[in-house]
Design a protein around this ligand. Structure first.
Ligand SMILES: [Zn+2]
Length: 354
């Protein structure tokens, strides 16, 4: 009987080796381990054996049964893995682009016009000895309002529709953090981190909770500038602004200064330029008046200098804030600010620079 068992096992292994389909393997399994299978019959036949034979044959038959089961399982597993690998290989996609594909889809991207103009202005100011500073988008009330001479009850806070944050750790409902409404916040940080005389600019995104139209966006770009030292005057301010604008527009542009109120400057001015889109005739960008408000500026308010740790009796200075988006629109004759964030490739591709 033991010899018969061994023979059965050998027959099984050579039969299994030749099979490569799941159904065939399952058939073979039932030929050996099924109710009427060869091994099952041997185990059933043990009933008629002597106790001696049972003792010898029982464990041997069970061992063969287990081995067959194991071999079948591992063969089925291997088949499954092979099938997956085969499927993966057949569905493989070549994601690398060949030269010919690159040549037919010539999309190299471009630099956003706001970035273009920002870099250009940075270069102009660097050449005039200014530093370039950066600051956080999320600010606190002190840097956005108080240090800029805008206390809590000051009407100027109503001029800016602000995105406020709930502080999840605060026990009260008080909102102390906000998305900065102007880049002047960086002015405060710049003053407290250096000693006069100094001059710097600070470009960046600012946020206002505003209804959008051809000339208003909720996210736009400003560039803040400040110069502090001894005996700085409005003449210095006008000189730097004129140098900047003639560099940007590559020609003399008509400007006008109007008195303007901003809590952080005294005296304060509005610098307007004649609309370059309609040449002063009136259009949607200049709101039909022919002039575009470009720059609030002025001499830094003594309270702002004090908040920045600077003695207003010893030093003074000028500050200005430049709307980068308006500048881009003037330069490239874009009549709607919403194009700048529209993500329309037909728009962006016009500014390809490489
Ligand atoms: Zn116009």
């Amino acid at each position: 009987m033991l010899e018969k068992l061994e023979k059965l096992f050998n027959e099984f292994t050579s039969a299994l080796e030749k099979l490569s389909k799941e159904a065939e393997i399952l058939n073979l399994k039932s030929e050996y381990l099924g109710k009427k299978g060869a091994i099952s019959q041997i185990l059933a036949g043990l009933r008629d054996c002597t106790p001696e034979e049972k003792k010898q044959l029982g464990p041997a038959a069970n061992e063969v049964k287990n081995k067959i089961q194991e071999l079948i399982n591992s063969k089925l597993q291997k088949l499954e893995i092979d099938a997956i690998n085969e499927k993966l290989a057949s569905e493989r996609e070549d994601l690398s682009l060949t030269d010919s594909v690159m040549a037919s889809n010539n999309h190299h991207g471009g630099i956003h016009p706001v970035t273009l103009i920002q870099t250009e202005i940075e270069d102009i100011f660097l050449s005039m000895g200014f530093d370039i500073l950066d600051g956080p988008h999320i600010e606190d009330e002190f840097h956005n309002f108080e240090a800029l001479n805008i206390p809590a009850d000051h009407p100027a806070r109503d001029m800016q529709d602000t995105f406020w944050f709930h502080d999840p750790h605060a026990e009260t409902d008080e909102k102390k953090f906000l998305l900065r409404t102007h880049t002047s916040t960086i002015q405060v940080r710049g003053m407290t981190s250096r000693k006069p005389p100094f001059r710097f600019i600070a470009p960046g995104k600012v946020f206002r909770c505003e209804r959008t139209d051809a000339s208003h966006e909720m996210v736009f770009h400003q560039l803040e500038g400040m110069m502090v030292g001894k005996d700085i005057s409005v003449a210095n301010l006008i000189y730097f602004m004129k140098s900047l604008l003639s560099e940007i527009f590559k020609k003399e542009v008509e400007v006008r200064l109007r008195p303007g109120f901003f809590p952080f400057v005294e005296p304060g001015f509005e610098l307007d330029i004649k609309c370059l889109i309609c040449s002063g005739k009136g259009c949607s960008v200049c709101k039909q008046v022919g002039w575009v408000e470009l720059l609030p500026c002025g001499m830094v308010h003594p309270n702002v200098l004090k908040a920045g740790g600077i003695d207003p009796d010893e030093f003074n200075g000028f500050a200005f804030g430049l709307g980068l988006d308006r500048l881009v629109m003037m330069r490239y004759h874009i009549d709607d600010i919403r194009h700048l964030h529209g993500a329309d490739l037909r728009f962006s591709e016009q500014f390809k620079t490489f």
